[in-house]
Design a protein around this ligand. Structure first.
Ligand SMILES: C[S@@+](CC[C@H](N)C(=O)[O-])C[C@H]1O[C@@H](n2cnc3c(N)ncnc32)[C@H](O)[C@@H]1O
Length: 295
């Protein structure tokens, strides 16, 4: 079987994480070697920006109603930390170099690990999860299948392989930032490479106004797409469209890493039966949940 490339999800975010991780690693080496420009950058960072590392603690006390004293305590810690580190670096104290290095190595790992997990997810994990998702349904082979936001054809091609006389259709706006080399021609090339041109085709269109008639598809799939739609109202509109084009008795399966509680609630509101939302699926990063329902 020929290797099909389905692209890297969120390539810009992966790029930013790599740049951030490598920058922190470089600064850490700079501190170790005591490069003057790096020491200057770190003094500036401790004085003006290091308060941000206390943000998670604010998040922890957010729901506390009587938190004035805790907030004040955190503010004193922030200021004290900034000052102690600035003076420590200024006076070339060992403790300041050590703390700065531990922080930089921590940041570097915190950027690079998600970047590597996202690459693994795009290259391996999402293929494994795709197979698991498609096996949630029993296939007759004659279904009409829609893949909303098909990108370079991950679900579309997987579904087309399950068909005999059926047809799989992918619809997308091919947003560049969502998937590397995302284009209509990339998915068409994948379909041809897979030898599925007689079973799969693609159409330009937005999930919020699908270019299909009512009750046309037996199965509607969507993987890592709807979170890209910015507002709750618009995501609901996309789900209304999904339900509109689905035949009575047809199945919808949506996999995403955000808003799946909203998808399940809207599908129930629109009258779908047997709506289920899965546990977190760790084959992909960020981990995702699927929502399935029948019209
Ligand atoms: C992260 S990619 C996932 C692609 C594919 N489903 C996969 O699993 O490989 C998200 C896809 O959603 C598409 N997309 C984003 N907003 C969309 C919208 N409003 N309508 C249709 N497609 C959309 C993007 O163009 C992109 O191809």
């Amino acid at each position: 079987m020929r290797f099909l490339s389905y692209g890297l999800d969120a390539p810009k975010i992966i790029g930013y994480l790599f740049v951030g991780g490598l920058l922190c690693a470089t600064l850490s080496v700079g501190i170790y070697l005591q490069w003057p420009p790096v020491l200057l950058i770190m003094k500036g960072w401790f004085l003006f920006d290091s308060f941000k590392i206390f943000y998670p603690f604010y998040f922890l006390i957010k729901r506390d109603t009587a938190n004035f004293w805790r907030r004040s305590f955190l503010k004193i810690c922030q200021g004290g930390f900034a000052l102690v580190m600035f003076v420590g670096l200024y006076q070339q104290q060992i403790y300041a170099y050590l703390v700065a290095q531990v922080l930089l190595i921590g940041f570097s790992v915190a950027f690079l690990v998600p970047a590597l997990l996202m690459i693994w997810s795009s290259l391996v994990g999402k293929r494994l999860l795709r197979d698991r998702l498609l096996n949630l349904m029993s296939w007759q082979g004659n279904e009409k299948v829609l893949d909303v936001g098909c990108g370079r054809g991950l679900m579309l091609i997987g579904a087309a392989r399950k068909l005999t006389s059926g047809k799989a259709v992918g619809v997308d706006v091919w947003q560049k930032g969502d998937l590397s080399s995302n284009s209509r021609s990339a998915v068409v090339a994948n379909i041809e490479k897979a030898g599925l041109a007689h079973k799969a085709e693609v159409v330009d269109g937005d999930a919020r106004s699908l270019p299909f008639t009512d009750s046309f598809f037996d199965v509607v799939l969507s993987n890592f797409v709807l979170h890209n739609i910015p507002t709750e109202v618009e995501r609901e509109q996309a789900l209304r469209e999904v339900v509109r084009v689905l035949k009575p008795g047809g199945t919808v399966l949506i996999n995403d890493f955000q808003y799946t509680d909203q998808y399940a609630a809207v599908l129930k509101k629109l009258g779908l039966k047997e709506v289920r939302r899965s546990r977190l699926q760790w084959l992909v990063f960020p981990p995702a949940r699927w929502v399935i329902g029948r019209k």
